[in-house]
Design a binder for this molecule. Structure first.
Ligand SMILES: Cc1cc2nc3c(=O)[nH]c(=O)nc-3n(C[C@H](O)[C@H](O)[C@H](O)COP(=O)(O)OP(=O)(O)OC[C@H]3O[C@@H](n4cnc5c(N)ncnc54)[C@H](O)[C@@H]3O)c2cc1C
Ligand code: FES
Length: 256
């Protein structure tokens, strides 16, 4: 797989809701190489701190390469301060990508927990012109994590939201929305990304109904090239790296 490391210009960096930002990079050479599910590794500072790059799923890739992020620590705080015209050192695209649904699939369900929504806009961009019923089940802790998601609607997605405190949508976990899923193993395909307890619940549901499901995993990363083994996770066939073997795995493989 061909990767690029370069400095790319920030075109926009918008706060979309109290918790989430979207940053767009002018990166035409990289944009044409990206597939849904892949990520980029960003040096958030030109200084020594933070020393390591930070990984971000590609949120959208049209004229620009976009990431969607939450400020959780020093790297993402620095990102949130970037302005149009600044430059960022970026390595990518990295990792594998989502497999597209089999021909007999009719319903595609994306199950996202919080910032786990990040890899799904680009996936819905790919799937929107096909024949699928596209569904997004989005679980968040509270309304500060819920944003309009209008690009998903424009792609024809039906959106169902749950919040832990009930401030938007159904009160409770995203599992409360699983009734929207048609439990037909032939015609339903699920994609998921979010915190591990949520993905463990998705796995339980998928096994119960014998559905197909791919999960995009997140682990703290250093090299993102498969060399340091720092992002290894346990799978049914031994330890695998999220950065090189993943980040996308058949959910049946992952040991939670
Ligand atoms: C393949 C991949 C794709 C990702 N895509 C996105 C994305 O699209 N948008 C986004 O906002 N974030 C994404 N992340 C997570 C993102 O990389 C981290 O939030 C970021 O590195 C935090 O950097 P920081 O310096 O701000 O905070 P740090 O100080 O590094 O971390 C702050 C806190 O978050 C925890 N943390 C850091 N990274 C992770 C992680 N990967 N999983 C769970 N906990 C973590 C730390 O343990 C710490 O408690 C992705 C991670 C991976 C591996
Ligand atoms: S981060 Fe080094 S092997 Fe994945």
């Amino acid at each position: 797989m061909s990767k690029i490391q370069n400095r790319f210009k920030v075109v926009a960096n918008q706060k979309l809701c109290p918790c989430f930002y979207c940053l767009s990079l002018e990166a035409p050479g990289m944009a044409s190489k990206i597939n849904p599910g892949q990520f980029i590794h960003i040096k958030t500072s030109d200084g020594l701190e933070p020393f390591f790059r930070r990984p971000f799923s590609v949120y959208r890739c049209k004229k620009t390469v976009d990431i969607f992020y939450e400020v959780v620590g020093p790297g993402t705080r620095l990102l949130s301060q970037k302005k149009a015209g600044d430059a960022l050192d970026v390595l990518g695209p990295l990792g594998n990508s989502f497999q597209l649904p089999a021909p007999e699939v009719r319903q595609v369900v994306m199950i996202a927990g919080g910032i786990g929504i990040a890899p799904f806009l680009i996936l819905s961009d790919y799937l929107k012109s096909k024949k699928y019923e596209l569904i997004l089940l989005f679980g968040a802790s509270t309304k500060g994590h819920v944003y309009p998601m209008k690009e998903f609607r424009q792609n024809g997605c039906k959106i169902y939201v749950s919040t832990d405190d009930g401030s938007v949508g159904v009160k409770g976990r995203v599992t409360h929305l699983f009734s929207k899923i048609k439990t037909d193993p032939e015609t339903t395909m699920i994609y998921t990304c979010g915190p591990n307890p949520m993905m463990a619940a998705v796995k339980e549901f998928v096994l119960k109904h014998n559905l197909k499901c791919e999960a995009s995993c997140e682990e703290v990363m250093a090299c993102a090239l498969g060399a340091c083994l720092g992002c290894s996770i346990e799978t049914t066939s031994g330890y695998k790296t999220v950065c090189y073997d993943g980040p996308v795995f058949d959910i049946r493989e992952i040991v939670y």
